[in-house]
Design a protein around this ligand. Structure first.
Ligand SMILES: [Zn+2]
Length: 493
């Protein structure tokens, strides 16, 4: 019989304690980090200078400069309007990873997460040191945080030539597209992250769940073949999805992999870089996308670790293909079975409404629009109303002119709605002045547009039994008996 002394047992127990301790602290069963660790890291290293999604090139320059001692900074060239495009290099490893964001100027969520990641990578002397040294020794990373600074300046998709950079990978008309192509050719990354935002109306197909994050390992040919390069991207995405399912269960969609011969993602995959597309969508109660920024940080950091340790190899393409597809079936508001009158007869129609954003400096206002009418059962509304037995009724403009916006408060606006007025006129106002009132405010116009057909502005009342029950103001639903607190993103017309 072998005799084990007490010291040996204690050593063994100590070893056991530490192995379990390390595992629960950093890694779950499946190669992914624990979401707690990733969330804590984000909280600790969040870049406080970025607080909303409409920042510009000049906001970012001091934040890039701040990292010059830990990162190598290189100016890659300039945009059409002369704004610099900078790459930040970090790490000394064999495996090369390139991440580029905001080739569409108004898609800035991942850019915010990259600046949080720069802070994280620059950190030291804490519980993340081991992770940092793994990343540093295994990876060489090239970050390009804003490929389209001219688009970002105007918070619009396209560049100053009105070209969609994601359709300019081959023609190379735009200097920004030349810069991105050269950045890839010079570096020849093993892995690439193509970082975008998608419309908030994307869902996980045939479910009411918003696709808060969508992913894709883009196809590199029309046949949608899977080679080693694309397979590695798919495997890495499976690990990212494991993290996401713990944070936003059921809210991850997979983009269509139809080949687009002009797109960067598809071509970079074709040129031999395992390419991962991340699309940031919408999340309830997060209009400035700060929660989605955190999700980006978490999955990118997790993916970098998977690549550094090759732990993505444990995942399969089948797991990738089982991620549900993206749909675009979300509406801001659906009114079901509203009765509209045509030639003296009533017809019950569903009315589907979206409220599209327009830029106003660092904020925005919305323009409601009727997207479709008829049988809307294939769509899901963020808000839905069963309007069976309710009739569509036109609203009026209040006869008495008010001095200015300050002369009307929310309670008065609601009182006017109850009396059938959907708009009020003001004598003085700034052009396109913004407000949050639950009523249309007119200055340079005598009336407001209205209707119930597709393309019409959703400004009307619902009436039941001779009584007004709801107002729809610029696409926002207001229950006249029980109005809820909501900030309408409005402008004066
Ligand atoms: Zn995009």
């Amino acid at each position: 019989m072998k005799i084990i002394n007490r010291n040996q047992i204690s050593l063994f127990l100590l070893f056991l304690f530490f192995s379990i301790g390390c595992k629960t602290a950093n890694e779950s069963e499946n190669n992914s980090f624990s979401v707690d660790m990733l969330e804590n890291a984000h909280e600790q290293f969040l870049e406080p200078a970025i607080t909303h999604r409409r920042f510009t090139h000049s906001d970012l320059q001091p934040l890039i400069e701040k990292h010059q001692s830990s990162f190598e900074l290189r100016t890659l060239g300039s945009s059409i309007e002369g704004r610099s495009i900078t790459a930040l290099y970090w790490g000394e490893g064999q495996t090369k990873v390139m991440l580029w964001s905001q080739m569409h100027g108004n898609e800035s969520t991942a850019t915010m997460a990259l600046f949080d990641l720069f802070n994280f990578l620059e950190g030291s002397g804490d519980e993340y040191d081991e992770l940092r040294s793994t990343l540093k020794n295994q990876l060489s990373i090239k970050f390009i945080p804003m490929i389209n600074p001219d688009g970002a300046e105007a918070f619009k998709r396209r560049n100053a030539l009105d070209i969609d950079l994601n359709r300019d990978a081959i023609s190379q008309i735009s200097p920004e597209a030349v810069i991105l192509k050269n950045a890839r050719d010079e570096f020849e990354p093993d892995f690439g992250f193509n970082l975008h935002d998608q419309q908030i109306y994307y869902n996980v197909v045939n479910t009411p769940k918003q696709a808060t994050i969508s992913v894709l390992a883009p196809g590199y040919n029309y046949e949608r073949d899977v080679n080693d390069v694309r397979e590695r991207a798919m495997q890495t995405i499976v690990g990212m999805n494991e993290i996401l399912q713990q944070m936003i269960p059921g809210q991850v969609g997979k983009y269509d992999d139809g080949f687009e011969p002009r797109a960067f993602g598809d071509n970079i995959q074709k040129w031999g870089t395992s390419t991962i597309l991340i699309e940031s969508g919408g999340y309830m109660g997060d209009p400035e996308k700060q929660y989605i920024r955190k999700l980006n940080f978490m999955i990118i950091l997790n993916a970098l670790h998977q690549i550094a340790t090759k732990s993505y190899e444990t995942y399969t393409t089948e797991q990738y293909f089982s991620i549900p597809d993206n749909g675009i079936q979300l509406m801001d508001l659906i009114l079901n079975e509203v009765e509209v009158e045509v030639n003296g007869k009533l017809y019950p129609i569903d009315i589907a409404i979206r409220r599209r954003e327009s830029n106003a400096g660092e904020t925005y206002f919305v323009n409601g629009n009727i997207e479709d009418v008829g049988d809307m059962q294939v769509y899901f509304g963020f808000e839905e109303l069963d309007a069976t037995g309710h009739r569509w009724v036109e609203g009026k403009v209040f006869e008495e002119e008010c001095e200015n916006l300050d002369a009307i408060d929310e309670a008065e606006a609601l009182e006017l709605l109850k009396q059938g007025y959907l708009a009020v006129k003001v004598k003085s106002a700034k052009e396109n002045q913004l407000h949050h009132l639950p009523i249309m405010v007119l200055h340079s116009r005598e009336t407001f547009s209205s209707g119930w057909m597709t393309g019409a502005s959703p400004n009307f009342f619902l009436e039941k039994g001779g009584e007004l029950t709801h107002a729809v103001v610029n696409g926002y639903l207001i229950d006249l008996k029980n109005p809820k607190d909501q900030d309408l993103m409005q402008r004066i017309y």
